[in-house]
Design a protein around this ligand. Structure first.
Ligand code: CUA
Length: 435
């Protein structure tokens, strides 16, 4: 008697353990990119279809398998049994196995097609408009209602529907924030749309990525999405809209003038006249840049508020070095930046020399948390190494190798001239001052 119960108990225990494990596996803590804990109406709709399809297919699977096993058992070959009767054609059976799948497909199609139409419909009037432009390999985000252009970090207000306009600058990419919504392709010569309303107040930082193979650094085309309160979002837009301005911490007894568009205009003119020495020294060389008083409101997520799963963990390639202990000077960094090829690709509102549109817009780069499209943290070391040799840090990136003596993996040559580590430290100080 006990011999028959024990294996069954063991089976029950094993099944319970497996189920518990499976349920634990769905936790958003462990799997921050799960689609099973939706935080938008878009994802909830997709999940409800998934659940219903899963239920019905599981039911069909179980019924078919039970019938199959029963038939195998019932009509198994027996010793001395006569040859079974051969059957050819059965109209009733054939009609049945044609009709049943057709009905099942209709049952699946109706909610699916309805959901497709609902999620593809125009977003509600008054939605936040965000243009997403895919580049090899980074994301450009534009907020036309606010006149903001940023890169690789997306800020969305909780409770307001956001309507994405998806475009590409080159090849096909695919936009996806698993916890919020997507994935939808960015296709050349076509605009795709996607809308959803973030409603999570408990979690506010999400991973996004490209999901259509788009070249060497497809896997390195990442971004972060942050959902913030409407008030924080308004403050963020006000800050993002303002030109990038930095001022130096005043040395004892002196007041440093903030570097504004006016002074950078002066710098630009001086540089244009071939006289970079005449550039006004707006920041004290030793002073650390500080935020001007006008931008003390919410300017974005800070590194200490980032959940671990959004912090980049990509290791720096072996052999990359940067002189330790260098102190950068932001004002000098601005001059070096404005004299070099940086301005050909990058734009900084507030630096009239810098109007490039090939690379990410660097206005307020100092308040971003990642560089290289979500690949590395935006700290001094990583940004310095990135400027020194981006091509060694991200395969195929357009950003040229700039450090003197560095090996450019695209050109296959070592740079005889280029930026020194001190000059790079100065540029880092300048960029990080652009909060
Ligand atoms: Cu862009 Cu893959």
């Amino acid at each position: 008697m006990t011999a028959t119960i024990r294996p069954r108990r063991r089976l029950h225990a094993a099944l319970t353990a497996a189920l518990a494990l499976a349920l634990a596996g769905c936790s958003a803590d462990k799997y921050p990119n799960t689609i099973f804990e939706p935080t938008t109406e878009f994802n909830r709709e997709v999940l409800s279809i998934f659940h219903s399809l899963f239920f019905w297919s599981a039911l069909v699977f179980v019924l078919v398998e039970v019938a199959l096993i029963w038939v195998i058992w019932r009509y198994r070959r027996r010793e001395g049994a006569p040859e079974p009767r051969h059957v050819h054609g059965n109209t009733t059976l054939e009609i049945a196995w044609t009709l049943i799948p057709a009905v099942i497909l209709i049952v699946i199609a109706v909610p699916t097609v309805r959901a497709i139409f609902r999620t593809q419909a125009k977003a509600v009037p008054g939605a936040l408009q965000v243009q997403v432009i895919g580049h090899q390999w980074w994301w450009e985000f534009k907020y036309p209602q606010y006149g903001i252009t940023t890169a690789n970090e997306l800020y969305l207000p909780i409770g307001r529907t956001v309507n994405f306009e998806l475009k590409t600058a080159d090849v096909i990419h695919s936009f996806w924030i698993p916890r919020l919504g997507g994935k939808r392709d960015l296709i050349a010569n076509r605009t795709n749309y996607l809308w959803f309303t973030p409603d999570s107040v408990s979690e506010n930082a999400f991973n996004g990525s490209c999901n259509e193979y788009c070249g060497a650094s497809h896997a390195n085309m990442r971004f972060r999405a942050f959902t913030v309160t409407p008030a924080e979002f308004e403050q963020w837009t006000i800050h993002q809209k303002s030109p990038a301005v930095f001022s130096a911490a005043p040395a004892a007894g002196t007041t440093a003038a903030p570097v504004t568009a006016a002074t950078t205009q002066g710098a630009a003119q001086a540089i244009a006249q071939g006289n970079p020495q005449a550039v006004p020294a707006a920041a004290t060389p030793s002073g650390a840049p500080v935020l001007p008083a006008s931008t003390t409101g919410y300017i974005g997520f800070t590194a200490d508020k980032l959940p671990a799963y959004t912090v980049p963990t990509m290791p720096v390639p072996d052999g990359m070095k940067f002189t330790p202990g260098l102190t950068g000077d932001a004002a000098r960094g601005q001059q070096i930046y404005s004299r070099n090829s940086c301005i050909g690709c990058h734009a900084i509102a507030g630096n009239p020399m810098s109007q490039g549109i090939i690379g990410p817009n660097l206005t307020h780069i100092g308040s971003r948390l990642t560089i290289g499209a979500g690949l590395y943290p935006n700290d001094e070391r990583h940004l310095a190494l990135w400027i020194k040799n981006a091509r060694a840090m991200k395969p195929g990136v357009i950003m040229p190798t700039l450090g003197k003596g560095e090996f450019d993996p695209v050109l296959g040559t070592t740079l005889k001239s280029g930026l020194s580590d001190q000059e790079i430290a100065d540029i880092v100080a300048y960029l990080h001052a652009l909060k």
